[in-house]
Write a protein that binds this ligand. Structure first.
Ligand code: PLP
Length: 425
């Protein structure tokens, strides 16, 4: 088959539109008549800096990112961020405690009593809060436990506990056990494997009337750029580019500047050693990368270029930016869910309705009673019609239709039609 024969619903990486790839292929050979391809130009060149700055500006425009946030480009994927988030926000927590205990001008005290006090605070009060609502937030919490020890990780809620050991719900906020003064509260906004998405920003994480609220960090790897978000609710948002922004290899962090110098600096290596806390690799230290405008080390400028082109296209296509994209994303999800829901005796949607994802639509095919055989037949027939990438995650099985931004409205309609025909024939 050729590209145009296929409508691809894979969970990631996702398709990038053909016009962008054709332009990118040319840029790889000879970028803007420079005689050199874009991946061959120095990342220190003005040309590279221009590409980075333009992509940052366009991302800020798409997502309405306020001025007091920094955009950082990194490598290491969403998985790298599981470690990064823990390192950097624990560092910020230690820096705040240090200031509290040593006084405003503190930072370099070697007073043994104050040092002991800080160590006791770490042992007793250092907590990272995790909301575990699916496979990805579970992995993130496991990484924090691996690096810092489980005594520093607080599971605020785990949806498996109230759902027969399975993901597919988000526990009632009234049952959440948030710790006081935690280094951060972590959530995965859209669980790609389990098809669970927060319908809105949780009420209990909202800032109070004084503007003070918990430090919230969100993994938006699979739903970034598919709906409007209030960036100011978060201290950090991260995502890999490979689903809604471009190609694999680029990771984006949107970070509140108050977590960067001059507001706050990561604690010294000596202090972290004294506190028996891990020291982040330098390429995982946000302040190092931010200070260098994402060029502390060699960054794939090609990936940033493609992301920039995707953002430009989004801005061109939707004058009302993310609202326009959200309307289409919601409409596509509705079309697919409507088709699935029309045949309750044939299909069973896995997550509960209130939290089901607009982006990763997960269901079982129960037609005829033999789920395995029915799903095999569903996948085979779908593939024959050019509807591919529908197999569920290897850990969960079932069908998963991923509704990323590169899936056109007609693609969603084609899938919905197939779902209806399969059920009735
Ligand atoms: N978080 C979410 C929600 C994801 O969907 C993924 C990948 O699919 C990851 C994290 C891991 O990202 P990466 O493969 O870029 O490390």
């Amino acid at each position: 088959p050729t590209r145009s024969d296929i409508t691809y619903f894979g969970a990631g990486p996702a398709l990038v539109s053909t016009d962008i790839l054709e332009d990118a292929a040319k840029a790889l050979i000879n970028y803007h008549d420079t005689g050199l391809g874009i991946a061959e130009h120095s990342h220190r060149s003005q040309l590279a800096t221009d590409i980075i700055n333009q992509a940052k500006a366009d991302l800020a425009s798409c997502l309405d990112i306020p001025d007091d946030y920094e955009i950082i480009f990194m490598a290491g994927g969403g998985t790298g961020q599981f470690a990064c988030v823990a390192y950097n926000f624990v560092g910020a927590w230690v820096a705040r405690k240090q200031k509290e205990i040593f006084g405003v001008n503190g930072g370099d005290s070697t007073d043994p009593q104050l040092m002991q006090q800080l160590k006791e605070a770490v042992d007793k009060d250092l907590k990272m809060d995790y909301l575990v609502t699916g496979g990805w937030s579970q992995k993130a919490s496991a990484e924090a436990e691996r690096l810092f020890g489980s005594e520093h990780v607080n599971i605020v809620a785990d949806s498996r506990e109230t759902n027969a050991g399975k993901f597919g719900t988000i526990p009632d906020e009234a049952t959440w056990k948030l710790s006081k003064g935690s280094a951060f509260v972590y959530l995965c906004d859209n669980e790609t494997v389990d098809g669970v998405e927060y319908p809105a920003f949780p009420k209990s994480l909202q800032p109070g009337p004084d503007g003070e609220g918990p430090i919230v960090v969100a993994d938006m790897s699979s739903n970034i750029l598919t709906r409007k978000i209030q960036v100011k609710n978060y201290s950090a948002i991260f995502f890999g580019a490979q689903k809604n922004l471009g190609l694999t290899g680029l990771t984006v962090v949107v970070l509140k500047k108050s977590f960067l110098p001059p507001s706050i600096s990561q604690p010294s290596v000596a202090l972290m050693r004294y506190l028996a806390l891990p020291i982040p690799p330098i390429i995982f230290q946000y302040e190092t990368i931010a200070k260098n405008n994402s060029l502390y080390n060699t960054l794939s400028i090609f990936d940033v270029y493609v992301a920039g082109q995707v953002l430009k296209k989004l801005l061109r296509t939707y004058p009302n930016k993310i609202e326009g994209q959200q309307a289409i994303s919601d409409q596509k999800a509705q079309i697919i869910y409507d088709a699935v829901e029309a045949f309750p005796e044939i299909y069973k949607i896995i997550p509960s309705k209130a939290v089901r994802s607009r982006i990763n639509i997960c269901f079982n095919v129960t037609k005829g009673g033999d789920v395995n055989a029915a799903e095999k037949a569903f996948l085979n027939e779908a593939t024959a019609q050019g509807l591919t990438g529908l197999k569920g995650h290897r850990s969960l099985g079932g069908i998963r239709a991923s509704n990323y931004n590169s899936v056109p409205l007609e693609g969603a309609e084609k899938l919905a039609k197939f779902i209806r025909t399969f059920a009735t024939t």
